[in-house]
Design a protein around this ligand. Structure first.
Ligand code: UD1
Length: 418
């Protein structure tokens, strides 16, 4: 894999930012919006709520002046776990919300207790009925102090969204520090919100009466960037990525360096040059930002299958995020899993296989293994990959990889991609 590519906008930024537009009367314009199916699902929810949404290329315009609903139907909720992100924005706008239990990738239990506890603190009544949860603010929302028991990304974002137009000051301690949270705050601040401290663990939100529409560009996707870096490392290649913020990729750089890759950084771009033979990684432990991201665990595991020596990965964020392991074994990889720990013995080369994706990043890991394997690999069920990677096959083709996306008719008359 050789060449240069510009990295798409961040999935984990655009989703809460689109949810945030519910709080804003008038026309908000978001640029650098990735063309991924999670964005399609988010736009469907916005339209359901009464927003007028238009999309042209990578620019999305949302006018939330006439929001007239406060529920998210079950089918839309099922499409994507991040739909829970609408909770804070819908309550902030209407004082009510009605959601069913969220869907998303199958990577663990993914409860929403931290979101619910926090929302309740704002004086919102919560009633659970069958698979539905009804929320109602008993009085105008007022700022609160919330100490999170775990720095949940989604809960931090939901609290910010609830607090930004509540009366008074909200303080979140042990807040998540992911760059996407700072991006959400930067967006909201440009709309008139008063949020400080994102990226530092304690976030302070001073409520404002209303937000005004703006034009905003979302940050580049650090996980997509690191995925293409792993692809270059696994194919003994060299890739230059533009439209990146190198400091956001910093948590994964030491891993590539330990494997023997050369990394050079300049403003807005990063270049990875792979060595002839990758070295094993001693131990990688997934952690909240600025630790090693759980969203890169599967792709780095795919890389370590080729490294000389034994590597260890410990997944601390999600309890069952090893669904890709059984599929990587089909390529001839040697991986043993014991609870949250995976031990990978490098095998030097992989053999092509027919495999099935069962989550977004795990699916990307299978594509990477396929690029490095001898022979032709087929990855089925790529609907998961399309949730987060914009035109992955096109990007990889432009970098000299031999890959193509195929659409087939299924027995029940539907379409299936591989
Ligand atoms: C976000 C990211 C996802 C990433 C994850 C961790 C988006 C759209 N998704 O997901 O790509 O993998 O951060 O970096 O931004 N938890 C609870 N109770 C809660 C909330 C979370 O127990 O109420 C647990 C989860 O089950 C999980 C851990 O906390 O084990 C991390 O979850 P969280 O940080 O909330 O991740 P998400 O916001 O779902």
């Amino acid at each position: 894999m050789y060449g240069e590519t510009s990295v798409q906008g961040s999935k984990n930024s655009i989703l809460p930012i689109l949810a945030a537009t519910v709080l804003i009367r008038g026309q908000t314009v978001i640029t650098n919006c990735p063309r991924i199916t999670d964005v399609d699902a988010t736009l469907k929810i916005l339209r359901h709520l009464g927003c007028v949404v238009t999309r042209e290329g990578n620019t999305v315009t949302v006018d939330s002046t006439d929001v007239n609903k406060y529920d998210i139907p079950e089918d839309l909720m099922r499409e994507m776990r991040s739909s829970v992100m609408f909770l804070g924005a819908i309550i902030g706008r209407t004082g009510k919300a009605s959601l069913s239990t969220p869907g998303g990738c199958e990577i663990g239990l993914r409860p929403i207790d931290l979101h619910l506890d926090a929302i309740q603190r704002f004086g919102v009544n919560i009633r659970e009925e069958f698979a539905k949860i009804e929320f109602e603010a008993m009085k105008p929302l007022e700022g609160v102090n919330i100490a999170l028991s775990f720095p949940s990304v989604g809960a931090t974002e939901n609290i910010i969204l609830t607090a930004c137009t509540a009366k008074g000051t909200t303080v979140i301690t042990n807040a998540a520090r992911e760059p996407e949270i700072s991006d959400l705050a930067d967006f909201l601040n440009s709309c008139g919100a008063r949020i400080s401290g994102t990226g530092e663990g304690t976030v302070v939100i001073e409520g404002v009466k209303e937000l005004h529409p703006v034009q905003y560009r979302v940050i580049p996707d650090r996980i997509v960037a690191a995925t293409y870096m792993a692809a270059a490392a696994m194919t003994h290649g060299k890739v230059r990525l533009t439209n990146v913020i190198p400091s956001h990729i910093a948590p994964v750089i030491p891993v590539f360096e330990e494997a023997g890759c050369d990394i050079s950084i300049s403003q807005g771009s990063i270049t990875l040059t792979a060595p002839p033979c990758l070295r094993s990684i001693k131990t990688i432990r997934t952690m909240p930002y600025p630790g090693f991201p759980t969203d890169m665990q599967a792709q780095i595991m795919a890389m370590t299958t080729l490294c000389h020596g034994t590597s260890v990965i410990i997944e601390t964020i999600f309890e069952s995020r090893y669904k890709h392991v059984s599929e990587l074994l089909r390529f001839g990889a040697k991986i043993r899993v014991d609870g949250r720990m995976a031990v990978i013995e490098g095998v030097g080369s992989l053999t092509a296989a027919k495999v099935i994706a069962s989550d977004l990043r795990g699916g990307a890991a299978l594509v990477l293994a396929g690029l490095a394997a001898q022979g032709t690999t087929t990855v089925e069920n790529i609907k998961y990959i399309l949730r987060g990677y914009e035109n992955m096959s096109g990007v990889l083709t432009s970098l000299g990889c031999d890959i193509m996306k195929e659409e087939r008719n299924t027995a029940d008359g539907g379409k299936e991609n591989s």
